[in-house]
Design a protein around this ligand. Structure first.
Ligand SMILES: NC(=O)C1=CN([C@@H]2O[C@H](COP(=O)(O)OP(=O)(O)OC[C@H]3O[C@@H](n4cnc5c(N)ncnc54)[C@H](O)[C@@H]3O)[C@@H](O)[C@H]2O)[C@@H](O)CC1
Ligand SMILES: [K+]
Length: 507
């Protein structure tokens, strides 16, 4: 599903108008969707609408009128002067029969029934202070359930950030498409449940808007997902290589290699320093183990182009030897995933990394920083006050580095250098556990080994990782993740209509 920035949503509004949809009709449909949602939770309680003077407030006036016309008790508190209402919002206010009370925290009272938050939506453009802020805080302190119109007031629809203070809604009714701020943190946590209402904006406006951000769901990448074919063989499914750390640092690479195999790579090999060879050989069954010390040997190992995807970083150590191995990997034909220590090793020489990526002429590179690693590698982006929010930061990092950047977190963003981005919302909290990132890096390599394109492979791996964790449930440790994948694959393949045919029955 496309995610529309607030600017793109304004464009959708304009294009809908150009195709004959009246603004007043869109507002009426928006208010109706809110009213329907509120009715479903009222249980005889009164409604208090807190409206602002923009179109978000206009939606609030429509909802107030429709709720009153259905016989519900409705109060309307306006934040700001009535004279500021313009256009469709002024018309909607004109059709509201009840009194318009000047909003104060006291008037909101302690038992306002269900609150409709129609203070700010897409038009929020600065931090909230003064009376609007006091009303947001009063709504949160009231203990009443809040239904937010379009966005919880105070949440930036494009970045998901809290601009000073923000409403904590139990339900948010938004229009046409979700916005990034509904999915990114902390915005997502303020929304409660979500309804996306059709308000009459024709879907074909999207062809003109060309949105670049998407909710991370199988529909985004299933068209290029490597579903195994009955006539396929393991060599067709690629060979993932994970570079191991030394004697007591090999576990991370084992996790990654297991992730790669479970994700469907035909073969997986640990390229390990000789000092750890015996341990790695003893600790693995399906995963092969080969001695590879230092950058030169890695270069030689990768000259066999059947080794077509690799992971560097987990447990690998920070410093010059890691940098040399990364540069050797980037000079090879293999698709490369750089994680953990491989990223931190370039904290003071990021340009060297980016220029090596630039020489790869389109061969896949995926960087998988968590926020600390991101800050170290992309210092300039973090310092740039104009690049606000995780979506734009990931995009800027992808543009700067020339790689697909997977910016981890509970709202993992994957950004491609061409601006395409996915945002995930399916990671359960217990996925934040030691080694989970190593498994993810391996899963990406497993998909790359099967020739999945980089942006889609990274997005798919993030989604699968979240689903595997959710399928296993609380108490998860990273070792459980690869083994939770088969059940997720069964579900995914069934949904794609690609269930494995299994052995043929002969009667
Ligand atoms: N775009 C569309 O297609 C549709 C939009 N609709 C509604 O219209 C909304 C957007 O309306 P608007 O663009 O009028 O914007 P809003 O109603 O969100 O707010 C705009 C007003 O708030 C002021 N403002 C912004 N930040 C402030 C702050 N921190 N403190 C005090 N004042 C602040 C602005 O100066 C402006 O006057 C959407 O969220 C949605 O609810 C709906 O009516 C349906 C159709
Ligand atoms: K709102």
């Amino acid at each position: 599903m496309e995610l529309l920035t607030t600017v793109e949503m304004g464009e959708a509004d304009r294009l809908a108008g150009a195709r004959g949809a009246a603004g007043a009709d869109l507002m009426e449909s928006a208010g109706l969707a809110v009213a329907d949602r509120v009715v479903a939770m009222l249980q005889g309680r009164p409604v208090t609408v807190v409206a602002g003077t923009g179109n978000n407030g206009g939606d609030g006036f429509v909802a107030a009128r429709l709720l009153q016309s259905r016989g519900h008790a409705v109060r309307l508190l306006l934040v700001g002067d009535r004279g500021k209402l313009k256009g469709d919002a002024a018309a909607a206010a004109g059709r509201w029969q009840g009194p318009v009370e000047a909003a104060t925290p006291e008037r909101l009272g302690n038992t306002p029934g269900v609150i409709v938050d129609a203070l700010f939506g897409a038009g929020l453009d600065r931090p909230v202070e003064g009376l609007p802020r006091a009303m947001i805080e009063a709504m949160n302190a009231s203990g009443a359930p809040v239904v937010a119109v379009d966005l919880p007031s105070g949440i930036n629809g494009t970045t998901g950030t809290v601009m000073g203070a923000a409403v904590e809604a139990v339900h948010t009714v938004t229009f046409f498409r979700l916005k990034p701020g509904h999915v990114l943190l902390p915005g997502r946590l303020h929304c409660g449940d979500l309804t996306v209402a059709d308000i009459g904006i024709p879907a074909d406006v999207l062809a003109e808007i060309k949105p670049r951000a998407f909710l991370n769901r199988p529909a985004l990448w299933s068209g290029v997902f490597p579903v195994p074919k009955p006539e396929g063989h393991k060599y067709g499914r690629g060979h993932a290589v994970v570079v191991s750390g030394g004697l007591s640092f090999g576990g991370a690479a084992r996790l990654a290699a297991r992730g790669a195999l479970r994700a469907g790579a035909g073969l997986a090999t640990l390229a390990t320093p000789r000092e750890a060879l015996a341990v790695q050989a003893a600790a693995n069954l399906a995963i092969m183990v080969r001695p590879v010390d230092g950058a030169e040997e890695l270069r030689g190992f990768l000259s066999d182009t059947r080794h077509n995807a690799m992971v560097l970083g987990p447990g690998g150590g920070v410093g010059a030897p890691m940098r040399a191995q990364v540069l050797a990997a980037l000079a090879s034909e293999a698709a490369v995933v750089l994680d953990a220590d491989a990223l931190t090793s370039f904290a003071d020489s990021a340009d060297d990394l980016f220029s090596a990526i630039g020489k790869r002429a389109g061969r896949a590179v995926i960087l998988t920083p968590h926020s600390g690693e991101f800050d170290r590698l992309f210092k300039e982006i973090k310092k740039n006050l104009k690049v606000i929010g995780k979506l734009d930061q990931a995009r800027a990092a992808a543009r700067l580095s020339g790689a697909v950047v997977l910016f981890k977190g509970a709202d993992t963003v994957v950004a491609a250098p061409d601006g395409r981005t996915s945002i995930a919302d399916n990671a359960p909290p217990y996925l934040a556990t030691a080694g989970a990132g190593d498994v993810l890096a391996g899963m990406i390599a497993g998909l790359l080994a099967q020739h999945m394109p980089a942006f889609e492979a990274a997005s798919a791996a993030v989604w699968l990782h979240g689903e595997a964790a959710a399928a296993f449930g609380p108490g998860l440790i990273s070792e459980d993740l690869p083994d939770a994948l088969p059940a997720v694959y069964r579900r995914l393949f069934a949904a794609l209509g690609a269930a494995s045919p299994g052995p043929r029955k002969t009667l």
